[in-house]
Design a binder for this molecule. Structure first.
Ligand SMILES: *[C@@H]1O[C@H](CO)[C@@H](O)[C@H](O)[C@H]1NC(C)=O
Length: 308
């Protein structure tokens, strides 16, 4: 039965049901049409089939453009608050990178959001003139991420403690809006033992911050981590292996650094673990680990929660 005949039918209940059925069928046809007819989406098909559009492993071989893509000005933008906060909320950003990613990823951090930090440091295992990267005395690979994180904060404690109030760790595929980060941190005193990020629930009693989303430690949190936690194997894992974000979460809890709440006054998150598409739109089925990990209940991406 078509829409028109449904409308002309005598039973309004019958017509209503027919319209709903037609709308549902139409909706699914449209979804199928969009899904199969948009060529760029082909890249995403394997990830969608897993019920999720992006996984860090899928990003390993990706790279930004070779050439300098240039810059543009926001002519009528009122930057007075951002400029004031630049000197009042000083942020040192350190970027976890590796030699294979210097050209592919890290240089793009330096050319974009990284330069808005008060101080930008690339932590790698090899020097790099363009990046001015620090060569930490440690091997690369997943097995050394935790070791590298400890080395990086020790290096910062030794050389840069007075250059900033807050110390952000981010990956070379993280994007931060540094002005908004300053705005978020402004009410807090950097002498408070606290850190912020995308808070996950398991493994650590007070929760821990996702590594991929980036996390930011107060100066006091860095001091406690480096001076009190790292040297004590009872407080902090001595070996270099393990999940960097979980391990630092345990160390910080052990030296009473609070896992802060980074949501805004409306309860919306301000640190995110995935690419924007995943949080804004789609395809995250209810069984996906994210829903079990996320500390604060969220409605994001809840509209299309069917499994593909
Ligand atoms: C820019 O914003 C500040 C703070 O909101 C305000 O005091 C100032 O008047 C604004 N300046 C202009 C040119 O709009």
């Amino acid at each position: 039965m078509g829409l028109i005949s449904a409308l002309e039918g005598r039973s309004s209940k019958h017509a209503f049901v027919s319209i709903i059925v037609v709308l549902i069928i139409g909706f699914f046809l449209a979804v199928l049409f969009i899904y199969w007819s948009t060529p760029e989406r082909d890249d995403y098909v394997p990830y969608l089939r897993r019920g999720h559009a992006h996984h860090s492993h899928d990003m390993l071989e990706l790279a930004g453009p070779e050439q300098d893509v240039g810059t543009h000005d926001h002519v009528n933008e009122n930057t007075s608050i951002a400029e004031k906060l630049y000197s009042e909320v000083r942020i040192l950003c350190w970027i976890m990178t590796s030699p294979a990613n210097h050209q592919k990823k890290a240089r793009h951090v330096k050319r974009t959001w990284g330069k808005r930090c008060n101080k930008l440091i690339f932590m790698s295992s090899a020097k790099d003139e363009e990046l001015d990267a620090v060569a930490l005395p440690i091997g690369e690979g997943l097995d050394n991420l935790w070791g590298k994180t400890k080395e990086a904060f020790e290096y910062i404690y030794e050389h840069h403690m007075n250059d900033a109030d807050w110390f952000l760790k981010a990956d070379d595929d993280t994007y931060m809006i540094v002005e908004n980060l300053r705005y978020m941190l402004y009410p807090y005193n950097p002498n408070t033992p606290v850190y912020f990020g995308c808070k996950f629930k398991p493994y650590v009693k007070q929760g821990y911050m996702s590594g991929g989303a980036g996390y930011v430690l107060s100066r006091e949190a860095v001091r406690r981590f480096v001076v009190e936690a790292i040297p004590n194997p009872k407080l902090c894992k001595k070996e270099n292996t393990g999940r960097e974000d979980v391990e630092i979460g345990k160390c910080l809890e052990n030296v009473k650094v609070l896992a802060g709440d980074s949501r805004d006054t409306n309860g919306r998150g301000r640190f995110f673990a995935f690419v924007p598409e995943d949080h804004l739109i789609v395809h995250v089925d209810k069984e996906y680990w994210y829903w079990k990990y996320i500390y604060y209940k969220t409605d994001e991406a809840s509209f299309f929660k069917f499994k593909l």
